[in-house]
Design a protein around this ligand. Structure first.
Ligand code: PLP
Ligand code: COI
Length: 340
């Protein structure tokens, strides 16, 4: 079948591809990977994922290099994080090898959807793990379904690598300090939908959440971690309610490689006034620089440059990260797996 995809106008949105892979957990063990071209899952209406949020997902990307080869970025880290999420909400843990086998299989089966190098786009891989046992009492499932599907994507924020403003909305929290913020569970995203919509309606690309307890320190954005740059330092929040971002972890390493100091610590909101650059980072967001943070309830504004403009450190880190992902720079940290 011929591809009729316009690679240059891809957005970050669902697209049907040829195949997905699935695996069931029953009688205390994971079964074999199954290949399907059905976009639907057939599950019991009393499944714990539907009622009690026993749902975890992941997000990772594969890139086609100039050499035509497909590279997946740090999928072992996604596999490990999924296991942590499973521990967090009492789901059966998928073995790392099974996760990687599924990723390789689903990428190969959908190879024609991996965007060409020149497009600057990538293949987004969405792993999903859900509890499927029927329960009406609040209890974990004994049966689980793991699925992985893919789609070609462009930038998460429609303008790509351009700075955008974000806002602080003090009337909303994304996750509680000792809640599920460190896990990649759907409930955290449900909590972010209304504030996210309010932020978008007011012209912001995202909401920057504060810590839910003291409303004092920066946490993260709806779909991405936060970092800032000042005095040759890469500064990123330490918090018990944010997702440990694999992109952030990688950027911290690149910052160190560039001779910068990395600080992972609490960041009081007022410190925003002292930063030279600020950005969101994540698999979907890559690095999305922030030109301004508006605290809408306190009527405060922190500016890092003109809308659209990106600072030199963010630009350098962005180029370095992308170069590794597309195979343009040596993979000195062993982050990339070539699919052959
Ligand atoms: N924070 C949240 C809430 C996210 O949804 C994501 C996306 O996965 C991130 C941070 C970034 O994490 P990663 O870099 O592993 O994609
Ligand atoms: C990702 O970056 O992979 C995410 O999961 C973020 C978002 C699309 C929810």
């Amino acid at each position: 079948m011929e591809n009729s995809i316009d690679w240059n106008s891809l957005a970050f949105q669902y697209m049907k591809t040829d195949y997905n892979v699935r695996c069931y957990y029953k009688d205390g063990k994971w079964g074999e990977l199954e290949v399907s071209s059905d976009e639907n899952l057939h599950i019991h209406m009393a499944s714990t994922c539907l009622h009690y949020g026993q749902e975890a997902f992941e997000g990772m990307k594969a890139f086609r290099g100039k050499d035509g080869k497909i590279r997946v970025f740090r999928m072992d880290e996604n596999a490990k994080r999924l296991q942590k999420t499973c521990d967090g909400i009492l789901m059966a843990k998928l073995p790392i090898e099974k996760f990687e086998e599924a990723a390789i299989k689903v990428i190969k089966l959908n190879e024609r959807f991996v965007p060409p190098y020149e497009s600057g786009c990538s293949l987004y891989i969405r792993p999903l793990l859900i509890g499927v046992s029927p329960r009406v009492g609040v209890n974990p499932s004994t049966e689980y379904l793991f699925a992985m599907f893919v789609m070609p994507v462009g930038p998460y924020f429609k303008d790509g690598f351009k700075s955008t403003p974000v806002c602080i909305l003090r009337g909303y929290d994304r996750a509680a300090p000792l809640g599920t913020g460190t896990f990649k569970v759907g409930g955290n995203y449900a909590a972010s939908l209304r504030p996210g919509m309010i932020g978008k309606e007011k012209g912001y690309s995202a909401v920057l959440y504060l810590d839910a307890k003291e409303k004092k320190y920066l946490d993260e954005c709806g779909p991405a971690n936060f970092f800032a740059i000042k005095d040759n330092k890469y500064i990123t929040p330490k918090s018990t309610s944010i997702l440990p971002s694999i992109t952030n972890m990688s950027l911290q390493q690149l910052a160190k490689d560039n001779g910068m100091t990395v600080e992972q610590r609490q960041i009081p909101e007022e410190e925003l006034a002292t930063f030279e650059e600020a950005a969101e980072c994540g698999t979907a967001a890559v690095i999305s620089p922030i030109c301004r943070v508006d605290d809408l309830d306190l009527n405060k504004t922190y500016t890092f440059g003109k809308e659209g403009e990106c600072g030199p450190v963010c630009t350098k880190l962005y180029n370095q990260l992308r170069a590794i992902q597309y195979g343009d720079a040596p993979d000195t940290h062993g982050w990339v797996r070539i699919i052959d």
